[in-house]
Write a protein that binds this ligand. Structure first.
Ligand SMILES: [Zn+2]
Length: 262
């Protein structure tokens, strides 16, 4: 009965995508095995870098951003060797990947990398993957498989592509599905909040978007094709920086804030 109701609701959601952008019919528990499999599959496609200055930078930034969002995720961060891939993602439950191509745009600057990682982590914290799966009418097919407990390897190519693109890593299966403008704005704001809490320089955010917007060439960077960069976006971030700084000036990590006073 519950399954039937959810299917019926999903059919309605498919008819009203714009109004239902924030409905999520997928629990963290349902998405967890898909996230783990998708991460495993995506990170196997390129050699993993496990030492050196760039690796240390990715670990350092990911750790600080993770601490800044107060989520009890099973955090992981991998640096993948792919100089031509300007991309990063964070799957449900905190599985982060950064491609070496992105570091050429962030200029090996911790704050600039924190802007991208913060934005991607915000998509995971705000459950945008589950919301996109809910919103996409095609996932009605995927839902039955998820309910039957089938993993990614047992799904057909189309269903798998839908699930992976909804989770934010469609580039790996050739299905690019940009987040909605509403989800992008939410992730910009929340990502900036994490970067500020973690002590990074938020002024790197608009600068990064401007650098991204100037990137040109025969192939559009993956991150840019799912994250349209514009002067308006950079300007909005400039306006937000003082507002979020003020909101977060007394922020403390939950663990620290709840420690008994000595
Ligand atoms: Zn985004």
């Amino acid at each position: 009965m519950i399954v039937f109701c959810r299917r019926l609701l999903l059919s309605l959601v498919a008819l009203l995508p714009a109004a239902c952008a924030n409905l999520n019919f997928y629990s963290d528990e349902e998405l967890e095995p898909l996230s783990a499999q998708a991460y495993d599959e995506a990170t196997k496609q390129h050699p993993e870098i496990t030492s050196g200055a760039d690796y240390q930078m990715v670990q350092r930034v990911a750790k600080k951003i993770a601490a800044a969002c107060d989520e009890n995720f099973a955090w992981q961060a991998k640096l993948l060797k792919a100089d031509d891939v300007v991309n990063a993602f964070c799957l449900p439950n905190g599985r982060i990947a950064v491609y070496t191509g992105l570091l050429q745009v962030t200029g090996r600057n911790d704050s600039a990398l924190a802007v991208v990682v913060g934005h991607e982590v915000a998509h995971a914290v705000l459950r945008h993957g589950g919301k996109r799966m809910t919103q996409s009418s095609i996932t009605q097919g995927a839902m039955g498989m998820i309910e039957a407990g089938l993993g990614m390897t047992e799904m057909g190519a189309e269903t798998k592509g839908t699930v992976m693109s909804a989770l934010g890593m469609g580039a790996n299966v050739g299905v690019l599905l940009p987040f909605s403008r509403g989800h992008e704005t939410e992730a910009d704001v929340e990502g900036l909040r994490y970067a500020i809490r973690a002590g990074y320089d938020p002024d790197e955010a608009p600068k990064l978007w401007e650098r991204m917007a100037k990137l040109s060439g025969s192939s559009t960077p993956v991150w840019l094709s799912t994250h349209p960069a514009s002067e308006a976006r950079a300007q909005k971030l400039r306006e937000l920086i003082p507002v979020i700084r003020e909101q977060e000036k007394n922020w403390q990590p939950r663990a620290k804030a709840t420690q008994p006073a000595k």
